[in-house]
Design a protein around this ligand. Sequence first.
Ligand code: GRF
Length: 207
Amino acid sequence: MQQEILKVGVLGSGKGTNLQSIIDNVTTGRIPARITCVISDVEDAFILERARKHGIEAIYIPPGKYKTRLDKETEEKYIKCLKDHGVGLVVLAGFMRMLKEDFINTFPNRIINIHPSILPAFRGLEAWKQALEYGVKYTGCTVHFVELGMDTGPIILQAVVEVKNDDTPETLHQRIQIEEHRIYPETIRLIAEGRLEIRGRKVIARY
Ligand code: GRF
């Protein structure tokens, strides 16, 4: 029996360059998956525009009353929308709100996030700026499974970026994003091909 193709739902609040890298890799056939919906909490976020341009359903769901998370009712709307689109993997691509228990339990080990630092260093906002201010010589990006804590779930892939003496937050973030656009699609390929095994906090990839 042929296995059903993995259906991916992407959540984002911003410009969506990571979404673009995933779309590009799906289009070339490198990722054996289909993006069935892109959802945003920001009505005019460019990520929605990118989705529309590629014929992917782009949905704005107003975030509700909180700034950093979704209220219960809103969270239910997000979950319903993802389920209606048959989503088997939720990809957070610059989604600026924390997900709570109901959401996470609905998609166990099926939600991933990309964070612009080598976790567990520099969790939270503008991690590239934190790295620059701290004076580290290397930083980078991390793809991880999402659990309740902020940027704490089991790590799937990481990539290292050297910090240069004359870096500004912008130049450093740009170089980190180049690596993001490589390791995020690669992670989704590994999941779509069933190559990841989670053992406690360790994630093992079989190539
Ligand atoms: C990326 O830097 C990612 O690491 C962080 O949010 C940013 C999203 O960028 N979680 P984009 O919208 O994909 O361009």
